[in-house]
Design a binder for this molecule. Structure first.
Ligand code: API
Length: 270
């Protein structure tokens, strides 16, 4: 039996397995089964905590429900960081992911702030399949056009639209996710800048589909908005599951602050 903790960050939900003693390894089929909301526990991502050498407290591995591995997961990073802080009685931890060490600190009212690392705006780092200006991609899909591409350790394609809530994300998302300009596919963002400077955001996630929130997607959206002159470097982003407080620092790093929650603890019989 494999113990797990079901957690979420603004409704973006995770099955978290502590494998720091290295007892378990899941096959791709088992990742898909556990993530499947019909037959398994169901989650947006399966998160594995692993032991790690060096100054990080642990390594966080991220799997999508389709079995693909992602280089970033902002909401899960907050969840795992809150576990590690509680375990150690600390108010800050270092979480290592495929893109490097992410520094997390306790914020007010139980929220967690994560430095998600620097935003990647060169086409090679998103990545894109050919050289181009990431500030305006030659993609046009119905009313969607000229998105901004941003890498956060995972690829993001951000469209700015009049009213994100009025668009059929379930139809448009998969078409952009699999666009040939994205050799590793992409996460897809529909963003609307509000008069008060906050941003309304809906996300179609690579390998996962529509989710209630996406932390790395919020990071990419703020960076895209600032680059387009549509937002200040600090803004609140409202996703279906709640609000993230975001800041793109002058050093290129993106800070994300938001809530975390544990729903229940269980055991997998794999
Ligand atoms: N939910 C995650 C993003 C997962 C991204 C994953 N779908 C990918 O393949 O990059 C977040 O809060 O950042």
């Amino acid at each position: 039996m494999i113990p797990f903790r079901k957690m979420h960050g603004l409704g973006n939900d995770f099955v978290v397995i502590d494998n720091r003693h290295g007892q378990w390894s899941l096959t791709t089929d088992q990742v898909r089964l556990v993530s499947d909301r019909r037959f398994g526990v169901g989650c947006d991502q399966l998160i594995i905590m692993e032991a790690v050498e060096g100054d990080a407290d642990l390594f966080m591995r991220i799997y999508n429900p389709d079995g693909s591995e992602s280089g970033a997961c902002g909401n899960a990073t907050r969840c795992v960081a809150s576990l590690a802080m509680k375990e150690r009685g600390l108010d800050q931890v270092l979480i290592k992911t495929r893109r490097g060490n992410l520094h997390a600190t306790a914020a007010e009212a139980g929220d967690i702030t994560v430095d998600m690392g620097n935003a990647l705006i060169d086409w090679r780092d998103v990545p894109l399949s050919e050289e181009m200006d990431t500030l305006s991609l030659p993609i046009q899909l119905g009313s969607l056009e000229n998105p901004v591409a941003v890498g956060m350790g995972n690829p993001h394609c951000v469209f700015f639209v009049e009213d994100a809530d009025s668009l059929p994300l379930e139809k448009l998302g998969p078409q952009v996710e699999h666009h040939p300009l994205f050799p590793e596919r992409t996460n897809v963002e529909l963003a609307t800048i509000r008069p008060n400077g906050s941003i309304r955001l809906r996300v179609w996630e690579r390998g996962a589909g529509k989710t209630l929130a996406c932390g790395s997607g919020a990071c990419a959206t703020l960076v895209a908005a600032v680059r387009r002159g549509l937002s200040a470097r600090q803004a609140e982003i409202e996703l279906d599951g709640g609000v993230l407080k975001m800041q793109w620092l002058e050093n290129g790093h993106v800070l994300m602050t938001g809530a975390v929650a544990t729903a229940f603890i269980g055991e997998l019989d794999l």
